[in-house]
Design a protein around this ligand. Structure first.
Ligand code: NCD
Length: 362
């Protein structure tokens, strides 16, 4: 049985296959209208969501299946203190597939470790958001036509923006991708992303201070919201919240084929005047999310039918119980019964990274 916890759980071939399946679904909607008849998706959303939860729901409905779940953890047994591990074991009795969003980093992995049905990570803290990545890839495919040899600028909150982390990981599978990181000092990409993902995959990246200086180079400008809910210090948020605002003036030097993506919700980082620019692709991107989630669920259910054995999600060279994770938001520091597990870091520097959130030990 396969889960989707991190974009790197999918090979490049599988990523391409899911994108192609989504394109076929777009072209032949009727053909897929009953393929999940009798199947149930459980949406377990411990954190606010509009697009992701509703697009999973619409996706399963369009495949002919049903949906159950909760949109607010306060209305579930979580408010009585139930752990992710227990909740998921219970849900495995009622549904065929799970989409879960949680504020703790690594929560989706803990869910997968305890589940008898496929788990899809719909966002775990500031760590990963692989189905937004599939959405972004389908949008790039439809708007630009390719993944290889593109220059993509990521602007805004690159520290806490989980969609940025996941998309860079997925793009590391393709050739000739150039990444431009546009962020204030306080919101730069986390170190595991720079070292394990960019450096080790040979991603050509640079860090700049303004979007104006790189605008003419870009094929894609990926804007993000400053993630207010992840800040421990409100003054820090106030200092950086309006760091970048995209308006028609700044777009003057952008190429005609450049596309503006944003996972949404937008706060004020893109002015509404930009919406009518044909290069603004963010509302088209939302619709792509539904189609790509249809494709993903279809594939995961097929894979589970072919092999429903529980995968071992802990690498053989992992170590248990010897370290404590340095990340306060990591599930191993928050939930009872989640054992700290570390894997050797890919940098091969003799150090370790947390299996749940990729941070260093304390
Ligand atoms: C993003 C998320 O939840 O990480 N939204 C989404 O899923 N479309 C981005 C955000 O909240 O800023």
């Amino acid at each position: 049985m396969r889960h989707l916890i991190d974009p790197t759980d999918l090979t490049k071939e599988e990523l391409n296959e899911i994108i192609d399946l989504a394109l076929d679904i777009i072209a032949n909607r009727e053909k897929y209208s009953e393929v999940c008849k009798g199947k149930k998706l459980a949406t377990l959303f411990y954190e606010p969501s509009t697009r992701t939860r509703l697009s999973f729901t619409a996706a399963m409905m369009e495949l002919g299946g049903n949906v159950l779940g909760f949109a607010d953890a306060k209305s579930s047994s979580v408010s009585k203190g139930e752990t992710v591990a227990d909740t998921v074991q219970v849900i495995s009795c009622f549904a065929d597939i799970i989409a879960m969003r949680h504020h703790e980093e690594g929560a989706a992995l803990v869910a997968a470790m305890n589940s008898r049905i496929p788990v899809i990570n719909a966002g775990d803290g500031s760590h990963s958001h692989p189905t937004q990545t599939l959405t972004d890839l389908l949008t790039i495919k439809r708007e630009i036509g390719r993944f290889d040899n593109i220059t993509i600028g990521f602007c805004g909150d690159l520290k806490f923006g989980r969609t940025v982390h996941s998309l860079i990981k997925a793009l590391s599978r393709y050739e000739g991708v150039k990444v431009v990181l546009i962020a204030p000092e306080q919101l730069r990409l986390p170190d595991y992303m720079k070292h394990e993902v960019c450096d080790l995959n040979g991603i050509d990246y640079k860090e700049v201070e303004t979007m104006e200086e790189v605008m003419p180079e870009l094929d894609v400008l990926y804007m993000t919201r400053v993630q207010k809910e992840r800040f421990f210090d409100e003054d820090e948020f106030e200092r950086v919240k309006d760091s970048f605002i995209l308006d028609p003036e700044k777009l003057k030097t952008a190429r005609p084929h450049m596309r503006i993506l944003h996972p949404l919700p937008r706060v004020n980082e893109i002015t509404v005047e930009v919406d009518s620019d044909p290069r603004a692709a963010y509302f088209r991107q939302v619709e792509n999310g539904k189609f790509v989630r249809m494709a993903l669920m279809l594939r995961l259910l097929e894979w589970a039918k072919a092999d429903n054995s529980k995968p071992d999600l802990v690498p053989a060279d992992a170590i248990r119980g010897q370290h404590v994770c340095s990340n306060r938001r990591c599930i191993s520091n928050i939930e009872n019964g989640v054992e700290a597990i570390f894997r050797p870091s890919a940098e091969k520097d003799g150090a370790y990274r947390c299996l749940y959130c990729e941070s260093r030990p304390k």
